[in-house]
Design a protein around this ligand. Structure first.
Ligand SMILES: [Fe+2]
Ligand SMILES: [Fe+2]
Length: 502
Protein backbone atom coordinates (compact mmCIF):
# COMPACT_ATOMS: atom_id res chain seq x y z
CA UNK A 1 0.00 0.00 0.00
CA UNK A 2 2.94 2.32 0.67
CA UNK A 3 3.71 2.24 -3.03
CA UNK A 4 0.21 3.49 -3.89
CA UNK A 5 0.55 6.41 -1.51
CA UNK A 6 4.06 7.33 -2.70
CA UNK A 7 2.77 7.44 -6.29
CA UNK A 8 -0.17 9.57 -5.25
CA UNK A 9 2.21 12.10 -3.69
CA UNK A 10 4.56 11.91 -6.69
CA UNK A 11 1.69 12.83 -8.98
CA UNK A 12 1.02 15.82 -6.74
CA UNK A 13 4.71 16.82 -6.80
CA UNK A 14 5.40 15.84 -3.20
CA UNK A 15 7.97 13.64 -1.49
CA UNK A 16 6.89 11.85 1.64
CA UNK A 17 9.05 10.87 4.61
CA UNK A 18 8.92 7.25 5.85
CA UNK A 19 7.38 8.17 9.24
CA UNK A 20 4.73 10.34 7.56
CA UNK A 21 3.95 7.46 5.23
CA UNK A 22 3.65 5.07 8.17
CA UNK A 23 1.27 7.45 9.94
CA UNK A 24 -0.91 7.92 6.81
CA UNK A 25 -1.09 4.16 6.21
CA UNK A 26 -2.38 3.68 9.74
CA UNK A 27 -5.42 5.93 9.13
CA UNK A 28 -8.77 4.32 8.31
CA UNK A 29 -8.79 5.87 4.81
CA UNK A 30 -5.21 6.43 3.66
CA UNK A 31 -6.09 7.89 0.24
CA UNK A 32 -8.49 10.40 1.78
CA UNK A 33 -5.82 11.36 4.33
CA UNK A 34 -3.22 11.84 1.56
CA UNK A 35 -5.56 14.05 -0.40
CA UNK A 36 -6.30 16.14 2.71
CA UNK A 37 -2.58 16.57 3.27
CA UNK A 38 -1.96 17.71 -0.32
CA UNK A 39 -4.87 20.15 -0.21
CA UNK A 40 -3.99 21.67 3.13
CA UNK A 41 -0.19 21.82 3.23
CA UNK A 42 1.54 24.99 2.00
CA UNK A 43 1.61 24.94 -1.84
CA UNK A 44 5.34 25.73 -1.98
CA UNK A 45 6.26 22.93 0.48
CA UNK A 46 7.61 19.85 -1.33
CA UNK A 47 8.21 17.50 1.62
CA UNK A 48 5.42 15.76 3.48
CA UNK A 49 6.73 15.33 7.01
CA UNK A 50 5.18 13.65 10.02
CA UNK A 51 4.48 17.03 11.62
CA UNK A 52 2.58 18.22 8.52
CA UNK A 53 0.53 15.01 8.56
CA UNK A 54 -0.23 15.38 12.29
CA UNK A 55 -1.33 19.00 11.80
CA UNK A 56 -3.67 18.00 8.99
CA UNK A 57 -5.08 14.98 10.82
CA UNK A 58 -5.51 16.83 14.10
CA UNK A 59 -6.00 20.51 13.24
CA UNK A 60 -5.85 22.90 16.21
CA UNK A 61 -9.29 23.75 17.60
CA UNK A 62 -11.15 26.39 15.57
CA UNK A 63 -9.54 25.62 12.20
CA UNK A 64 -11.28 24.18 9.13
CA UNK A 65 -13.24 20.95 9.40
CA UNK A 66 -12.92 17.85 7.22
CA UNK A 67 -12.85 18.63 3.49
CA UNK A 68 -15.58 16.16 2.64
CA UNK A 69 -18.17 18.23 4.51
CA UNK A 70 -20.71 15.69 5.59
CA UNK A 71 -19.48 13.26 8.15
CA UNK A 72 -22.52 11.03 7.99
CA UNK A 73 -23.42 10.36 4.38
CA UNK A 74 -26.77 8.72 4.88
CA UNK A 75 -29.15 6.74 6.98
CA UNK A 76 -26.79 3.75 6.99
CA UNK A 77 -23.74 5.08 8.85
CA UNK A 78 -20.62 4.17 6.85
CA UNK A 79 -18.16 1.85 8.50
CA UNK A 80 -14.91 3.81 8.54
CA UNK A 81 -12.57 0.98 9.33
CA UNK A 82 -9.80 -0.82 7.49
CA UNK A 83 -7.87 0.32 4.44
CA UNK A 84 -9.08 1.74 1.14
CA UNK A 85 -6.44 -0.06 -0.87
CA UNK A 86 -6.26 -3.70 -1.96
CA UNK A 87 -8.01 -6.18 0.39
CA UNK A 88 -10.01 -3.19 1.68
CA UNK A 89 -13.39 -3.17 3.34
CA UNK A 90 -16.61 -3.62 1.39
CA UNK A 91 -17.14 0.15 1.27
CA UNK A 92 -14.99 3.10 2.14
CA UNK A 93 -15.74 6.75 1.32
CA UNK A 94 -12.83 8.66 -0.21
CA UNK A 95 -14.42 12.02 -0.95
CA UNK A 96 -17.60 13.81 -1.82
CA UNK A 97 -17.24 16.73 -4.20
CA UNK A 98 -19.52 18.84 -2.03
CA UNK A 99 -17.85 20.64 0.85
CA UNK A 100 -19.76 23.58 2.33
CA UNK A 101 -17.64 26.72 2.23
CA UNK A 102 -17.39 29.52 4.76
CA UNK A 103 -20.57 31.57 4.40
CA UNK A 104 -20.98 35.29 3.92
CA UNK A 105 -18.65 35.79 1.00
CA UNK A 106 -19.65 37.74 -2.10
CA UNK A 107 -20.46 35.29 -4.93
CA UNK A 108 -17.96 36.79 -7.40
CA UNK A 109 -15.16 36.62 -4.90
CA UNK A 110 -16.17 33.03 -4.19
CA UNK A 111 -16.03 32.15 -7.91
CA UNK A 112 -12.57 33.72 -7.99
CA UNK A 113 -11.45 31.36 -5.25
CA UNK A 114 -13.12 28.41 -7.02
CA UNK A 115 -11.02 29.11 -10.11
CA UNK A 116 -7.88 29.59 -8.02
CA UNK A 117 -8.59 26.25 -6.36
CA UNK A 118 -9.08 24.59 -9.75
CA UNK A 119 -5.87 26.15 -11.07
CA UNK A 120 -3.86 25.02 -8.05
CA UNK A 121 -5.24 21.46 -7.96
CA UNK A 122 -4.67 20.85 -11.67
CA UNK A 123 -1.40 22.81 -11.71
CA UNK A 124 0.00 20.47 -9.04
CA UNK A 125 -0.57 17.57 -11.43
CA UNK A 126 1.41 19.33 -14.19
CA UNK A 127 4.40 20.85 -12.41
CA UNK A 128 7.56 18.81 -12.30
CA UNK A 129 6.80 16.74 -15.38
CA UNK A 130 9.80 16.03 -17.61
CA UNK A 131 7.94 17.37 -20.67
CA UNK A 132 7.39 20.72 -18.89
CA UNK A 133 10.93 21.82 -17.95
CA UNK A 134 11.68 25.13 -16.24
CA UNK A 135 8.14 26.10 -15.15
CA UNK A 136 8.09 29.91 -14.90
CA UNK A 137 5.39 32.31 -13.65
CA UNK A 138 3.95 34.39 -16.51
CA UNK A 139 5.14 37.56 -14.73
CA UNK A 140 8.79 36.47 -15.10
CA UNK A 141 8.54 34.91 -18.55
CA UNK A 142 9.87 37.85 -20.57
CA UNK A 143 12.89 38.21 -18.31
CA UNK A 144 14.21 34.82 -19.41
CA UNK A 145 14.26 34.53 -23.21
CA UNK A 146 14.75 31.02 -24.50
CA UNK A 147 12.67 27.98 -23.61
CA UNK A 148 10.44 27.75 -20.55
CA UNK A 149 7.16 26.17 -19.48
CA UNK A 150 4.03 27.78 -18.12
CA UNK A 151 1.12 26.22 -16.23
CA UNK A 152 -1.99 28.16 -17.22
CA UNK A 153 -5.76 28.36 -17.39
CA UNK A 154 -6.90 28.82 -20.99
CA UNK A 155 -9.29 31.78 -21.21
CA UNK A 156 -9.82 32.25 -24.93
CA UNK A 157 -8.83 30.55 -28.17
CA UNK A 158 -8.99 32.31 -31.54
CA UNK A 159 -7.72 31.38 -35.01
CA UNK A 160 -4.77 33.46 -36.23
CA UNK A 161 -5.68 36.16 -38.72
CA UNK A 162 -2.98 35.98 -41.38
CA UNK A 163 -1.73 32.40 -41.13
CA UNK A 164 -2.87 29.02 -39.87
CA UNK A 165 -2.65 28.33 -36.14
CA UNK A 166 -4.21 29.58 -32.93
CA UNK A 167 -3.79 32.42 -30.48
CA UNK A 168 -4.44 31.45 -26.84
CA UNK A 169 -5.17 33.95 -24.08
CA UNK A 170 -3.87 32.30 -20.92
CA UNK A 171 -3.50 33.21 -17.23
CA UNK A 172 -1.73 32.03 -14.14
CA UNK A 173 -1.75 33.52 -10.64
CA UNK A 174 0.87 36.13 -11.62
CA UNK A 175 -0.41 37.46 -14.92
CA UNK A 176 -1.82 36.91 -18.42
CA UNK A 177 -0.16 36.16 -21.74
CA UNK A 178 -0.93 35.52 -25.39
CA UNK A 179 0.56 32.33 -26.82
CA UNK A 180 0.73 31.46 -30.52
CA UNK A 181 0.12 27.79 -31.32
CA UNK A 182 1.62 27.24 -34.78
CA UNK A 183 -0.08 24.99 -37.28
CA UNK A 184 2.81 22.49 -37.28
CA UNK A 185 2.33 21.23 -33.70
CA UNK A 186 -0.40 18.71 -32.75
CA UNK A 187 -1.85 21.13 -30.15
CA UNK A 188 -3.21 23.29 -33.00
CA UNK A 189 -5.64 20.47 -33.81
CA UNK A 190 -6.76 19.82 -30.22
CA UNK A 191 -10.26 20.93 -29.28
CA UNK A 192 -9.66 23.43 -26.52
CA UNK A 193 -12.11 23.71 -23.67
CA UNK A 194 -12.54 27.14 -22.06
CA UNK A 195 -11.06 27.34 -18.53
CA UNK A 196 -9.12 24.09 -18.82
CA UNK A 197 -5.71 24.02 -17.14
CA UNK A 198 -2.73 22.94 -19.25
CA UNK A 199 1.05 23.10 -19.28
CA UNK A 200 2.68 24.74 -22.30
CA UNK A 201 6.34 24.44 -23.23
CA UNK A 202 7.07 27.75 -24.96
CA UNK A 203 9.78 29.58 -26.83
CA UNK A 204 10.26 33.13 -25.54
CA UNK A 205 11.85 35.50 -28.09
CA UNK A 206 14.44 38.12 -27.03
CA UNK A 207 12.49 40.73 -29.00
CA UNK A 208 9.70 41.91 -26.70
CA UNK A 209 7.50 42.70 -29.69
CA UNK A 210 7.51 39.12 -30.92
CA UNK A 211 5.06 36.53 -29.64
CA UNK A 212 5.56 33.68 -27.20
CA UNK A 213 5.22 30.50 -29.28
CA UNK A 214 4.06 27.08 -28.04
CA UNK A 215 6.34 24.11 -28.73
CA UNK A 216 4.09 21.55 -27.07
CA UNK A 217 1.01 21.42 -24.87
CA UNK A 218 0.41 18.97 -22.02
CA UNK A 219 -2.96 18.19 -20.45
CA UNK A 220 -3.03 16.94 -16.82
CA UNK A 221 -4.33 13.56 -18.06
CA UNK A 222 -4.12 10.18 -16.37
CA UNK A 223 -0.64 8.77 -15.71
CA UNK A 224 -0.18 5.44 -17.46
CA UNK A 225 1.92 3.95 -14.63
CA UNK A 226 -0.55 4.58 -11.84
CA UNK A 227 -1.46 1.80 -9.39
CA UNK A 228 -4.50 -0.30 -10.31
CA UNK A 229 -6.73 -1.65 -7.56
CA UNK A 230 -8.52 -4.97 -7.87
CA UNK A 231 -10.60 -7.00 -5.43
CA UNK A 232 -8.84 -10.06 -4.08
CA UNK A 233 -11.96 -12.24 -3.88
CA UNK A 234 -15.14 -12.64 -6.01
CA UNK A 235 -16.98 -9.34 -5.85
CA UNK A 236 -19.25 -7.72 -8.43
CA UNK A 237 -20.94 -4.34 -8.50
CA UNK A 238 -24.09 -3.42 -10.41
CA UNK A 239 -24.01 0.05 -12.01
CA UNK A 240 -27.35 1.77 -12.67
CA UNK A 241 -28.49 5.31 -13.34
CA UNK A 242 -31.45 7.54 -14.11
CA UNK A 243 -34.33 5.59 -12.53
CA UNK A 244 -36.64 8.63 -12.89
CA UNK A 245 -39.10 7.22 -10.35
CA UNK A 246 -42.41 9.07 -10.70
CA UNK A 247 -42.23 9.30 -14.49
CA UNK A 248 -45.06 7.79 -16.53
CA UNK A 249 -42.35 6.22 -18.67
CA UNK A 250 -40.69 4.25 -15.82
CA UNK A 251 -40.07 0.77 -17.24
CA UNK A 252 -41.93 -1.43 -14.74
CA UNK A 253 -41.58 -4.65 -16.72
CA UNK A 254 -37.84 -4.13 -17.23
CA UNK A 255 -37.37 -3.35 -13.54
CA UNK A 256 -39.19 -6.59 -12.68
CA UNK A 257 -36.73 -8.41 -14.97
CA UNK A 258 -33.79 -6.83 -13.14
CA UNK A 259 -35.27 -7.96 -9.79
CA UNK A 260 -35.71 -11.53 -11.05
CA UNK A 261 -32.09 -11.55 -12.22
CA UNK A 262 -30.81 -10.24 -8.87
CA UNK A 263 -32.78 -12.95 -7.07
CA UNK A 264 -31.07 -15.55 -9.27
CA UNK A 265 -34.29 -16.41 -11.14
CA UNK A 266 -33.24 -15.32 -14.64
CA UNK A 267 -30.10 -15.32 -16.83
CA UNK A 268 -26.61 -15.70 -15.35
CA UNK A 269 -27.48 -16.64 -11.74
CA UNK A 270 -23.75 -17.21 -11.11
CA UNK A 271 -23.09 -13.55 -11.96
CA UNK A 272 -26.02 -12.37 -9.83
CA UNK A 273 -24.78 -14.32 -6.83
CA UNK A 274 -21.49 -12.39 -6.78
CA UNK A 275 -23.10 -8.92 -6.79
CA UNK A 276 -22.60 -7.26 -3.42
CA UNK A 277 -23.24 -3.61 -4.17
CA UNK A 278 -25.24 -1.30 -6.43
CA UNK A 279 -24.27 2.22 -7.50
CA UNK A 280 -26.97 4.54 -8.88
CA UNK A 281 -25.53 7.61 -10.64
CA UNK A 282 -28.33 10.14 -10.17
CA UNK A 283 -31.77 11.18 -11.44
CA UNK A 284 -33.22 8.82 -8.85
CA UNK A 285 -36.63 10.46 -9.26
CA UNK A 286 -38.15 12.43 -12.14
CA UNK A 287 -38.60 15.56 -10.00
CA UNK A 288 -41.06 18.40 -10.48
CA UNK A 289 -40.83 21.34 -12.89
CA UNK A 290 -37.47 20.25 -14.37
CA UNK A 291 -38.55 21.07 -17.96
CA UNK A 292 -41.60 22.80 -19.49
CA UNK A 293 -44.90 20.88 -19.11
CA UNK A 294 -43.19 18.01 -17.26
CA UNK A 295 -46.47 17.39 -15.37
CA UNK A 296 -47.81 15.66 -18.51
CA UNK A 297 -45.04 13.03 -18.16
CA UNK A 298 -45.48 12.43 -14.41
CA UNK A 299 -47.27 9.49 -12.80
CA UNK A 300 -46.45 10.89 -9.32
CA UNK A 301 -46.80 14.65 -9.11
CA UNK A 302 -45.42 15.12 -5.59
CA UNK A 303 -41.72 15.09 -4.77
CA UNK A 304 -42.08 13.51 -1.32
CA UNK A 305 -44.21 10.75 -2.86
CA UNK A 306 -41.59 10.22 -5.58
CA UNK A 307 -38.90 9.54 -2.95
CA UNK A 308 -41.32 7.30 -1.02
CA UNK A 309 -41.83 5.31 -4.21
CA UNK A 310 -38.03 5.21 -4.71
CA UNK A 311 -37.82 3.68 -1.23
CA UNK A 312 -40.40 1.04 -2.21
CA UNK A 313 -38.49 0.21 -5.42
CA UNK A 314 -35.14 -0.07 -3.64
CA UNK A 315 -36.69 -2.33 -0.97
CA UNK A 316 -37.53 -4.72 -3.82
CA UNK A 317 -33.79 -5.32 -4.36
CA UNK A 318 -32.25 -8.09 -2.22
CA UNK A 319 -31.72 -6.59 1.25
CA UNK A 320 -28.14 -7.86 1.53
CA UNK A 321 -27.03 -5.58 -1.33
CA UNK A 322 -25.46 -2.29 -0.31
CA UNK A 323 -26.83 0.56 -2.46
CA UNK A 324 -24.95 3.83 -3.02
CA UNK A 325 -26.89 6.72 -4.55
CA UNK A 326 -25.81 10.17 -5.74
CA UNK A 327 -28.23 12.87 -6.95
CA UNK A 328 -28.68 14.15 -10.51
CA UNK A 329 -30.25 17.25 -12.03
CA UNK A 330 -33.79 15.81 -11.57
CA UNK A 331 -33.29 15.22 -7.83
CA UNK A 332 -34.49 17.55 -5.08
CA UNK A 333 -31.16 19.15 -4.18
CA UNK A 334 -29.43 22.34 -5.27
CA UNK A 335 -28.53 21.85 -8.95
CA UNK A 336 -25.16 23.63 -8.64
CA UNK A 337 -22.29 21.12 -8.77
CA UNK A 338 -20.85 19.58 -6.74
CA UNK A 339 -24.31 18.76 -5.40
CA UNK A 340 -24.88 17.87 -1.76
CA UNK A 341 -26.52 14.56 -0.88
CA UNK A 342 -30.33 14.37 -0.94
CA UNK A 343 -31.57 15.85 2.36
CA UNK A 344 -32.58 13.52 5.15
CA UNK A 345 -36.23 14.72 5.08
CA UNK A 346 -36.52 12.98 1.71
CA UNK A 347 -34.46 9.88 2.47
CA UNK A 348 -36.33 8.66 5.56
CA UNK A 349 -38.34 6.26 3.40
CA UNK A 350 -35.23 4.67 1.89
CA UNK A 351 -34.22 1.25 3.23
CA UNK A 352 -31.28 1.10 5.69
CA UNK A 353 -28.95 -0.52 3.14
CA UNK A 354 -28.82 2.75 1.11
CA UNK A 355 -25.92 5.20 1.45
CA UNK A 356 -26.84 8.69 0.31
CA UNK A 357 -23.85 10.64 -1.05
CA UNK A 358 -23.22 13.90 -2.92
CA UNK A 359 -22.59 14.27 -6.65
CA UNK A 360 -19.80 13.54 -7.50
CA UNK A 361 -18.48 11.07 -4.92
CA UNK A 362 -15.42 8.85 -4.83
CA UNK A 363 -15.37 5.68 -2.77
CA UNK A 364 -13.71 2.30 -2.69
CA UNK A 365 -15.56 -0.99 -2.97
CA UNK A 366 -13.48 -4.04 -2.14
CA UNK A 367 -10.42 -1.80 -2.56
CA UNK A 368 -11.38 -0.64 -6.10
CA UNK A 369 -11.72 3.17 -6.38
CA UNK A 370 -15.00 4.24 -8.01
CA UNK A 371 -16.06 7.79 -8.87
CA UNK A 372 -19.77 8.33 -9.50
CA UNK A 373 -20.80 11.53 -11.30
CA UNK A 374 -24.26 12.12 -12.73
CA UNK A 375 -22.99 13.68 -15.97
CA UNK A 376 -24.83 16.99 -16.33
CA UNK A 377 -21.72 18.47 -17.96
CA UNK A 378 -22.36 16.29 -21.04
CA UNK A 379 -24.83 19.06 -21.97
CA UNK A 380 -21.91 21.51 -22.22
CA UNK A 381 -19.13 19.22 -23.42
CA UNK A 382 -21.06 17.53 -26.25
CA UNK A 383 -21.73 20.82 -28.12
CA UNK A 384 -18.12 21.90 -27.46
CA UNK A 385 -16.42 18.74 -28.77
CA UNK A 386 -16.66 18.13 -32.53
CA UNK A 387 -18.11 14.69 -33.26
CA UNK A 388 -19.27 14.14 -29.67
CA UNK A 389 -22.79 12.83 -29.14
CA UNK A 390 -25.11 11.53 -26.42
CA UNK A 391 -24.99 8.16 -28.15
CA UNK A 392 -21.24 7.85 -27.37
CA UNK A 393 -20.99 9.14 -23.80
CA UNK A 394 -17.71 7.35 -23.01
CA UNK A 395 -15.87 9.50 -25.59
CA UNK A 396 -16.82 12.56 -23.54
CA UNK A 397 -15.72 10.79 -20.34
CA UNK A 398 -12.26 10.33 -21.89
CA UNK A 399 -11.99 14.09 -22.36
CA UNK A 400 -12.99 14.59 -18.71
CA UNK A 401 -10.16 12.31 -17.63
CA UNK A 402 -7.65 13.99 -19.96
CA UNK A 403 -8.57 17.34 -18.38
CA UNK A 404 -8.88 15.73 -14.93
CA UNK A 405 -12.11 17.69 -14.49
CA UNK A 406 -15.75 16.57 -14.60
CA UNK A 407 -17.30 19.91 -15.62
CA UNK A 408 -14.65 22.23 -17.04
CA UNK A 409 -16.96 24.67 -18.83
CA UNK A 410 -18.25 27.44 -16.59
CA UNK A 411 -21.25 29.67 -17.35
CA UNK A 412 -23.24 27.34 -19.58
CA UNK A 413 -25.83 24.68 -18.70
CA UNK A 414 -24.05 23.07 -15.74
CA UNK A 415 -24.31 25.40 -12.74
CA UNK A 416 -21.17 25.34 -10.59
CA UNK A 417 -21.28 26.00 -6.84
CA UNK A 418 -19.00 28.83 -5.63
CA UNK A 419 -17.08 26.76 -3.09
CA UNK A 420 -13.51 27.45 -1.99
CA UNK A 421 -12.42 23.98 -3.15
CA UNK A 422 -13.04 22.61 -6.64
CA UNK A 423 -14.90 19.36 -5.94
CA UNK A 424 -15.07 18.48 -9.64
CA UNK A 425 -11.34 17.94 -10.11
CA UNK A 426 -10.71 14.23 -10.72
CA UNK A 427 -8.20 13.31 -8.00
CA UNK A 428 -7.41 10.55 -7.18
CA UNK A 429 -7.89 8.91 -10.59
CA UNK A 430 -10.61 6.29 -10.13
CA UNK A 431 -10.37 2.70 -11.35
CA UNK A 432 -14.00 3.05 -12.50
CA UNK A 433 -15.78 6.24 -13.58
CA UNK A 434 -19.55 5.82 -13.74
CA UNK A 435 -21.96 8.41 -15.14
CA UNK A 436 -25.57 8.59 -16.36
CA UNK A 437 -27.65 11.55 -17.55
CA UNK A 438 -27.35 10.80 -21.29
CA UNK A 439 -29.89 7.93 -20.97
CA UNK A 440 -27.64 5.91 -23.27
CA UNK A 441 -25.25 3.07 -22.54
CA UNK A 442 -21.53 2.84 -23.00
CA UNK A 443 -18.60 0.77 -21.74
CA UNK A 444 -15.03 1.63 -22.61
CA UNK A 445 -11.70 2.23 -20.94
CA UNK A 446 -9.16 5.03 -20.90
CA UNK A 447 -5.58 4.56 -19.69
CA UNK A 448 -6.62 1.79 -17.33
CA UNK A 449 -9.80 3.45 -16.01
CA UNK A 450 -13.05 1.62 -16.80
CA UNK A 451 -15.72 3.99 -18.14
CA UNK A 452 -19.41 3.12 -17.79
CA UNK A 453 -22.38 5.23 -18.74
CA UNK A 454 -25.14 3.36 -17.00
CA UNK A 455 -28.33 3.63 -19.13
CA UNK A 456 -31.74 4.56 -17.65
CA UNK A 457 -34.99 2.96 -16.44
CA UNK A 458 -37.17 5.56 -18.12
CA UNK A 459 -38.53 4.89 -21.63
CA UNK A 460 -38.63 7.62 -24.23
CA UNK A 461 -40.61 10.70 -23.14
CA UNK A 462 -42.44 13.22 -25.31
CA UNK A 463 -39.83 15.80 -24.34
CA UNK A 464 -37.01 13.54 -25.56
CA UNK A 465 -38.86 12.82 -28.82
CA UNK A 466 -39.16 16.58 -29.33
CA UNK A 467 -35.42 17.01 -28.71
CA UNK A 468 -34.51 14.05 -30.93
CA UNK A 469 -32.92 12.07 -28.10
CA UNK A 470 -33.08 8.28 -28.51
CA UNK A 471 -32.57 6.59 -25.13
CA UNK A 472 -30.94 3.18 -24.66
CA UNK A 473 -32.87 2.11 -21.54
CA UNK A 474 -32.97 -0.88 -19.18
CA UNK A 475 -29.34 -1.96 -19.45
CA UNK A 476 -27.28 -3.03 -16.48
CA UNK A 477 -23.52 -3.02 -16.23
CA UNK A 478 -22.17 -5.62 -13.83
CA UNK A 479 -18.49 -5.07 -13.11
CA UNK A 480 -16.30 -7.87 -11.80
CA UNK A 481 -13.99 -6.08 -9.36
CA UNK A 482 -11.34 -8.80 -9.55
CA UNK A 483 -10.48 -7.87 -13.16
CA UNK A 484 -12.85 -4.98 -14.11
CA UNK A 485 -14.54 -7.04 -16.83
CA UNK A 486 -18.14 -5.99 -17.54
CA UNK A 487 -21.23 -8.10 -18.18
CA UNK A 488 -24.02 -6.17 -19.89
CA UNK A 489 -27.63 -7.28 -19.46
CA UNK A 490 -30.51 -5.83 -21.44
CA UNK A 491 -33.90 -5.96 -19.65
CA UNK A 492 -35.90 -3.94 -22.19
CA UNK A 493 -38.16 -6.88 -23.06
CA UNK A 494 -38.60 -7.77 -19.37
CA UNK A 495 -36.39 -10.84 -19.38
CA UNK A 496 -32.63 -10.43 -19.12
CA UNK A 497 -30.55 -10.81 -22.26
CA UNK A 498 -26.77 -10.85 -22.18
CA UNK A 499 -25.09 -8.50 -24.65
CA UNK A 500 -21.54 -8.78 -25.82
CA UNK A 501 -20.24 -5.34 -26.71
CA UNK A 502 -17.58 -5.29 -29.40
FE1 LIG B 1 -31.92 11.47 -16.44
FE1 LIG C 1 -29.81 13.96 -15.70
Amino acid sequence: MHEHLIRYFAENRRLVSPDALERLSSTPEPLLACRMVVERMPPEEMFVTLSIVETVLHPPAGSASAPTGRSSPGPGEPTRTGSVLSEGPLFSLISEGFAPGPGGRAPLEAYGSLFTARYRSLGRLLRGRPDLPNVTPIRDLRQRPGAASIVVMVREVRPLQRRRGLRLSVEDETGAAEVIVPDEIPASRVTWIPDEVVGIHVGVPTDLHRSVVAKSVVRPDVPTDRPRHRAGRPHRVLLLSDLHIGSRSFLDESWAGLLAFLRGQDVAPDVASEIRQVVIAGDLVDGIGIYPHQERDLAIGDIVEQYAELGRRLRELPAELEIVVVPGNHDAVCPAEPQPAIPTELTTSLPPNVRVLGNPSTFAMGGVVIEAYHGRSFDDLIPALPGASYSRPTEVMKTMLAMRHLAPIYGSRTPLAPLPRDGLVIDPVPDILVTGHSHTYGVDQYRGTLLVNASTWQGETGYQRMRNITPVPARSAIVDLTDLSVATLDFLSGRGKEIVLS
